[in-house]
Unconditional design. Structure first.
Length: 141
């Protein structure tokens, strides 16, 4: 990840671990989702603002590459970075990295913004971000 990525710190809680004592695979997705909402909020985009505009973020595809196990008490930094392309979708690239620098997982999502009335993806996902963000530069815009 680059120095431009947004990061949020999370501590692995004991109840999130599985029978082997490592972080349950589904919780990696929860950490990624938590970081994405924090990322948007840090740029000035609140969930209520998106809903008021009549749009909602949707995840169309998620890929997780598990690299190293995490255990209760581990602290991790979860990073986020938008990759804007052409068309109706974007990518969110994320890394879950222990504070000792060890990469635990890589998460890549393909997403878009759903027009909640039309039930279709908006034509340009950058538009709602530019309209709502107080700091669009943080989102790579």
């Amino acid at each position: 990840m680059t120095d431009q990525d947004f990061t949020v710190r999370v501590t692995v809680r004991g109840y999130e671990t599985d029978a082997q004592g490592h972080l349950n695979q589904a919780v990696y997705l929860q950490y990624a989702e938590h970081a994405r909402w924090e990322y948007l909020q840090s740029a000035g985009v609140r969930q209520a603002d998106l809903l008021a505009k009549g749009i909602g973020p949707v995840v169309l595809e998620t890929t997780v590459k598990y690299r190293r196990e995490l255990r209760a008490g581990d602290e991790v930094d979860v990073s986020c970075r938008f990759v804007w392309g052409g068309g109706r979708t974007f990518e969110l690239v994320q890394a879950i990295t222990r504070t000792d620098g060890v990469l635990a997982a890589e998460v890549t999502c393909v997403g878009g913004f759903l027009d909640l009335t039309e039930r279709r993806l908006v034509a340009d996902p950058r538009e709602p971000m530019l309209a709502l963000a107080s700091d669009p530069g943080l989102l790579g815009l």
